[in-house]
Design a binder for this molecule. Structure first.
Ligand SMILES: Nc1ncnc2c1ncn2[C@@H]1O[C@H](COP(=O)(O)OP(=O)(O)O)[C@@H](O)[C@H]1O
Ligand SMILES: [Mg+2]
Length: 257
């Protein structure tokens, strides 16, 4: 779908946020970018989203069969909802920006709200919602245009663990049903292993790809997987790689959050 070739990003203040990034994203992938803060995860995601241009290398969408940019959904860590607009209208927004009337958009909006388990909350405004519910609205808004690729930048980092687990489960269910491609930024080993088909481990200063881990566990992944020996082993493997990427001695403290 998308290939990054020798992609670099140096900001005008001289910070090398990314150097020599080579990455293939295949249709249907669930790819996590895993790494410590400052390793260029958000920068990479923003380049993929077309929010900024690389200072070196190229992004090649030729494999996608669509003209990249228009077909991307984006979900940020902050749900970034319009505070004065209700849930329904927040999800309508990307369609409205494409000139789709409220009435014409209604079936798609209702379907998405159903998919994220928010039916009945159409008229609620953001301040009436919990953090997890706001994130559900944000996901519905990101998917309402039926994008081929969904970019998520630490979407669940601010949520409590129980809510995060629930949203991880629901996101995987959506992904399995709709078969969009996901690029998911996280600094949680546990989250990346639970969700991904592949984990791209990044290192900082300069931001770069350290290595890739294939997560070969089958889907659906559910609570049974989360408590399995297999999951624990995969998490240990990924932690080890991350420690290596961070040049820490094994046993040094690394808190996934
Ligand atoms: N607009 C910017 N101008 C200058 N430096 C930036 C800008 N955005 C990010 N950086 C720097 O680039 C590096 C990578 O940032 P970022 O992609 O946000 O990392 P991550 O998302 O992995 O935490 C950091 O050192 C950050 O300070
Ligand atoms: Mg970031």
């Amino acid at each position: 779908m998308l290939t990054l070739r020798s992609v670099g990003k140096t900001f005008s203040n001289g910070v090398v946020a990314l150097r020599d990034v080579d990455l293939d994203i295949r249709e249907g992938d669930f790819v996590s970018l895993l790494g410590p803060s400052g390793c260029g995860k958000s920068t990479a995601l923003r380049l993929i989203a077309g929010l900024g241009t690389p200072t070196a290398g190229v992004l090649d969408w030729r494999g996608a069969g669509f003209s990249g940019r228009g077909n991307i959904g984006f979900v940020f860590q902050e749900p970034t909802l319009l505070p004065w607009a209700n849930v329904f209208d927040n999800v309508w927004l990307p369609l409205k920006l494409r000139g789709v009337s409220r009435r014409a958009a209604e079936p798609a909006i209702r379907e998405m709200l159903d998919r994220v388990h928010l039916t009945g909350f159409e008229k609620a405004v953001p301040r009436e919602l919990s953090g997890g519910m706001k994130m559900r609205v944000s996901i519905a808004r990101g998917l309402v245009t039926k994008p081929k690729i969904l970019l998520m930048d630490e979407p669940f980092a601010a949520l409590d663990e129980i809510t995060r687990f629930k949203l991880n489960n629901d996101l995987l269910e959506l992904w399995q049903d709709e078969r969009f491609t996901v690029v998911f930024v996280t600094h949680s080993v546990f989250e990346s292993v639970f969700l991904s088909t592949r984990i791209v481990v990044m290192a900082a200063r300069p931001g770069r790809i350290h290595s890739e881990i294939a997560v070969d566990a089958p889907y659906p992944r559910d609570e049974a997987f989360r408590t399995s020996v297999e999951y624990a082993a995969l998490c240990r493997q990924a932690s080890q790689v991350l420690v290596d990427a961070m040049h820490l001695a094994p046993g040094d403290p690394y808190d996934g959050h």
